[in-house]
Design a protein around this ligand. Structure first.
Ligand code: PMP
Length: 437
């Protein structure tokens, strides 16, 4: 599977025609946020121009039209991850989705929700398991939940090559584990984690699985029911969609049993001054006015991705990743985070298999003798946009002995030429800063 026509595809993204510092924009920061095709921009503008209205209420024509567009968007986006519409909850983003889950479990822990909510209740000494490579969004909500319930937060470490230590996972996930929350693809390592093995370990002890699919949804064919996870989140703005929209997928029985987090309008059936009863999922988790135009924009984004085909997107980005990885390994003084060759070179801590893991188009690296921020500015002067810093993954950086790194990440609209411009610019950075030996 290859992309139909990369040049034509790039023309769909108006921003890619911009010049930065007099240079052609080489956008390698899609891991932070993706660019948007005209179809997504148009979908939001069209809705706001022609159909804007409050959904799920009001008897007028526009309200009915807006509701239909909004619910069609749910069906489209749910279908993109292999799920029926009623198993997709809108959130404002992945961070909001993960907090929703953690707070809902917290509510179950204090006895809120239907009788079957008790299956999520955490007691002091119960365990929540995450990985060492989590984005802070899939770490801090669990730290907070542990603090509120007396649960213990444990983690699965990563090897030097960035792969998860699955022997440790088998030891860490045990009788007391109630939640296993992990990323599908790390936003720093770019490695695809073995979801099936982690799900099997979690299921074996009756723990709930929560998948962070932010960095897989834009890059791989994704079938969340087939992956077998209980809950999963993804982020609209990283998958060609608008800001302020994301999805929380849940297995039907899990969503059914989970108490709500945010409460208020639009999620109730009957309310008295003393108490309220709640709608079934997904509405139970959608209190208040929803991001309607953003949902419609996200539906346009996944239609665009489906139009290209996620197999083709993945194959295209794999080729870019291989080209970038090979180029980076050949530049002296560059250390890649999460690389099989790095794992074997540094020895102790080791490599899981010695084989290259399945990856998306993303590499984070350290440049010996040059601060990541200086690398970022040097590249920016040459039109190349990358991300620098800890990428909201401080524990992982600490594990690799770093406080910051440079990250180049691709999307379907990047080309081999983008990668070459980036590598060519980067090859001069250590000399420029007097760091080349
Ligand atoms: N998890 C991962 C792996 C991410 O890369 C990000 C975005 N940097 C998030 C969670 C947070 O997503 P959002 O911006 O939708 O809150």
């Amino acid at each position: 599977a290859v992309l139909p026509d990369a040049a034509a595809l790039r023309a769909d993204f108006p921003i890619l025609g911009e010049r930065v510092n007099g240079e052609r924009l080489v956008y390698l920061d899609s891991g932070a946020t993706s660019q948007k095709p005209q179809a997504v921009i148009d979908a939001e503008v069209d809705f706001l121009t022609r159909a804007n209205s409050a959904v799920h209420r009001g008897a007028h024509t526009l309200a009915a039209e807006a509701t239909e567009l909004f619910e069609d968007a749910r069906t489209t986006v749910a279908g993109f991850v292999g799920a029926p519409a009623e198993q997709l909850v809108w959130t404002s983003g992945a961070t909001a989705g993960l907090n929703l889950v953690a707070y809902a479990i917290g509510n179950a822990s204090v006895g809120r929700g239907a009788p079957q909510s008790a299956r999520f209740a955490l007691r002091a000494g119960d365990e929540i398991v995450v990985t060492e490579s989590e984005h802070h969004a899939n770490l801090i909500p669990w730290q907070e939940l542990a603090a509120r319930t007396g649960a213990v937060l444990r983690h699965i470490p990563v090897h030097d090559d960035g792969t998860l230590d699955m022997d440790a996972a088998a030891a860490v996930i045990g009788e007391r584990t109630r939640v296993v929350a992990f990323t599908h693809v790390s936003n720093v390592l770019g490695i695809v984690n073995p979801v099936d093995e982690l799900v099997a370990l979690a299921r074996g002890v009756g723990a709930v699985t929560v998948l962070d699919a932010c960095q897989s949804a834009p890059h791989l064919p994704l079938d969340l029911p087939a992956l077998g996870v209980d809950l999963a989140v993804f982020s609209g703005h990283k998958m060609l969609g608008p800001y302020g929209i994301g999805g929380l997928y849940g297995r039907a029985d899990v969503l059914e049993a989970l108490p709500p987090f945010l409460t208020g309008g639009s999620m109730i059936t009957t309310v008295t001054l003393d108490e309220a009863s709640y709608l079934p999922p997904p509405q139970r988790f959608e209190a208040g006015t929803q991001p309607v135009s953003q949902a419609i924009g996200l539906a346009a984004a996944v239609r665009y991705l489906d139009g290209v085909g996620m197999d083709a997107v993945h194959a295209h980005e794999k080729a870019l990743e291989a080209r970038m990885g090979a180029g980076l390994r050949s530049i002296p003084g560059i250390r890649l985070l999460g690389d099989a060759s790095t794992g074997s070179a540094t020895g102790g801590g080791g490599s899981a298999t010695g084989q290259r893991a399945e990856r998306v188009g993303l590499w984070a690296f350290d440049v010996e003798g040059v601060h990541a921020h200086d690398v970022g500015q040097f590249l920016d002067a040459r039109g190349v946009a990358v991300r620098v810093g800890h990428h909201c993954a401080q524990p992982l950086h600490r594990r690799f002995g770093l406080t910051a790194s440079v990250r180049a990440s691709t999307a379907l609209y990047n080309t081999a030429d983008d990668v070459d411009v980036f590598l060519d610019a980067l090859s001069g950075v250590r000399t420029f800063f007097g760091a080349a030996s």
